[in-house]
Write a protein that binds this ligand. Structure first.
Ligand code: HEM
Length: 191
């Protein structure tokens, strides 16, 4: 998000509109109490920005299933009992034939229509898996991500510690950043 300063400012504006807070609010507890169910539901741009983040950086970048029986996939591909079938959520989030020519761009607006969040099929936005074994904690995860983002972005602006640093991943089953992502958190009240 810190590579997209405009996105941070758009989220901040939405936070201020939804919670009626203003830039001089320094009472953390009071601000946290203003984040209720209704406020979370109204944070449509933030919901879009988080979805866009998970599209491009899925925490589970590769997942697999094992065929219980011989089967034929929707594209005609045959699988035998015991075959492992993998899908790459990381690659799927970047495929132009799935997301269009701007697939690699971070663009929360692609999730919005008339300011409202438009969900995609989970088979397209695969970051939470899809079908009967879809992530059971999806709604809870959004709620947590939204609450934490609202508090952090209300009080701080984030900047990469080194704008020129080359952010690399660790090769793992879950998506981690090699050496961590070093940021500066600048208190909003100091600007
Ligand atoms: C951004 C956050 C999260 C992401 C991207 C995510 C993603 C996923 C994915 C890809 C799977 C399928 C894994 C597989 O079967 O191979 C999964 C399953 C699951 N997730 Fe999440 N998850 C998130 C947060 C959470 C949270 C916060 C909870 C609990 C509160 C949770 C609970 C579960 C459970 C119980 C399953 C197993 C569902 C089943 O097999 O029927 N997840 N999640």
């Amino acid at each position: 998000m810190c590579k997209n300063p405009l996105v941070q400012e758009k989220i901040l504006q939405e936070i201020r509109d939804v919670t009626s807070s203003h830039e001089r609010t320094t009472d953390v507890n009071g601000f946290v109490q203003s984040i209720n169910e209704e406020a979370l539901d109204q944070m449509q741009y933030l919901h879009a920005a988080l979805s866009e983040t998970l599209r491009l950086y899925p925490p589970v970048p590769v997942d697999m299933r094992c065929a219980e029986n011989d089967d034929i996939l929707a594209d005609g591909h045959r699988v035998k009992r015991g075959d492992n079938v993998y899908y790459l959520a990381y690659a799927m989030g970047r495929m132009t034939y799935v997301w269009g020519q701007d697939a690699e761009e971070f663009k929360p607006e692609r999730w919005l229509k008339d300011g409202g969040f438009q969900p995609e099929s989970p088979f397209k936005f695969i970051s939470f898996h899809a079908g009967p074994r879809i992530c059971l904690g999806k709604d809870f995860a959004y709620r947590q991500m939204k609450t934490v983002s609202m508090v952090l972005l209300h009080f701080f602006r984030f900047k990469m510690a080194d704008e020129k640093s080359n952010v690399r991943y660790k090769r793992m089953l879950t998506l981690h950043i090699e050496g961590g992502l070093h940021l500066h958190a600048i208190p909003r009240t100091s600007t």
